[in-house]
Design a protein around this ligand. Structure first.
Ligand SMILES: [Zn+2]
Ligand SMILES: [Zn+2]
Length: 348
């Protein structure tokens, strides 16, 4: 089969020819219909400091995907050839303290598809049956392939009760953008989205934000105080940018809540007293997707049509055009680039 791999340490990827994986007794083999490129894949493509520490080539990349089951291991029950599926990318050990507390998404020994084991930028991917999620048949594969990042957004939105609340979405990358319509469904009365990129702000408007603000042109904190009086009730911090984190906490009302998802490149300094203690702020870190609570919510949101992710798919390419795809994500220029979908088994 064809697969897109990091074959050796250093920047770039290579399209290779390799064996179709053989499913073990507890695995399923999936023919990949659509796979989307994540920011994590771009880090690995560039071979940045994080990737050099974390990734051990050779490795087939890719963890956001949808496909169809083509083979099941002999011990697998409840899954059959032909089912449309995606997978939770975190393979957990079920034995660490977090797992035993029912917080599988926080497993300390998780193995990640496309990071620690072969991924979905390939014609076929093999995953443990317990990680398989059966997709609703009426959800198109390219939309179903977005459930990994969409799950991050859904997890963050449902961290706090947003009914009747004012919400700041700090950072309009794909996950921030996905959070906008979900926050609306969850009952937010005011959704403000911030990002320094004008293209992303346009998309934020299209996804349903009430107000979009460019922090390089406007005083976000003042604007939010004018609108709300005391600041926003809830912040969804999706950027991981130190300046945006400062602004988000400053724009938070006393007693407000922060769901923090964006990862920073370096440790960040915050005024602990003013922004957390004296403010009585609640901060919840958001990692991964709750297994399977988040997935059930996603199914409902996608299947009912309550959330439409299609405006976020800006590019569709065959797997072989990977250099163009990664180029778009690394150097978008003035072009609007959100999610880029690759089709390992052809585009029709
Ligand atoms: Zn991802
Ligand atoms: Zn665990």
């Amino acid at each position: 089969m064809k697969a897109l791999a990091k074959t050796r340490p250093g920047p770039g990827l290579e399209l290779i020819e390799t064996e179709v994986p053989k499913p073990g007794p507890h695995d399923v083999l999936i023919r990949v219909t659509a796979t989307s490129i994540c920011g994590t894949d771009v880090h690995i493509y560039r071979w940045d400091h994080w990737s050099q520490q974390r990734i051990h080539p050779p490795l087939i990349l890719g963890h956001e995907f949808a496909g169809e089951i083509v083979a099941v291991g002999e011990a697998v029950q409840g899954l059959e050839v032909g089912m449309p599926v995606s997978a939770e990318g975190h393979i957990v050990d079920h034995t660490c303290a977090a797992c035993r507390a029912g917080q599988l998404h926080l497993c300390q020994n998780a193995q990640v598809i496309g990071i620690d084991r072969p991924g979905a930028f390939a014609e076929y991917v093999c995953v443990p049956a317990e990680n398989v999620w059966v997709n609703a048949p009426d959800v198109p594969p390219e939309i179903a392939s977005l459930q990994d990042p969409f799950g991050n957004a859904v997890h963050a939105v449902y961290a706090f009760d947003l009914a009747g609340q004012s919400v700041l979405i700090s950072g309009c990358g794909p996950i921030g953008l996905m959070a906008i319509p979900v926050a609306r469904v969850a009952g937010a009365r005011l959704i403000v989205a911030t990002d320094p990129n004008a293209q992303r702000l346009k998309l934020a408007q299209r996804m349903g934000a009430d107000l979009v603000l460019d922090p390089t042109r406007e005083d976000v904190v003042r604007k939010i105080q004018e609108l709300t009086g005391d600041g926003v009730d809830v912040v969804l911090e999706m950027s991981g940018a130190p300046a945006a984190i400062q602004t988000a906490f400053a724009a938070l009302r006393s007693g407000g809540k922060v769901a923090a998802l964006g990862l920073t490149a370096e440790p960040v300094a915050l005024d602990w007293n003013e922004l957390i203690v004296l403010k009585g702020a609640t901060v919840q870190g958001i990692y991964g997707r709750k297994i399977w609570d988040t997935w059930h919510r996603m199914r409902a949101l996608l299947q009912t049509g309550a959330v439409d992710l299609s405006p976020l798919i800006t590019h569709r390419l065959p797997l072989s055009a990977y250099e163009t795809a990664f180029g778009l994500l690394m150097e978008p220029g003035s072009e609007l680039v959100a999610k880029v979908i690759l089709y390992p088994n052809g585009m029709d």
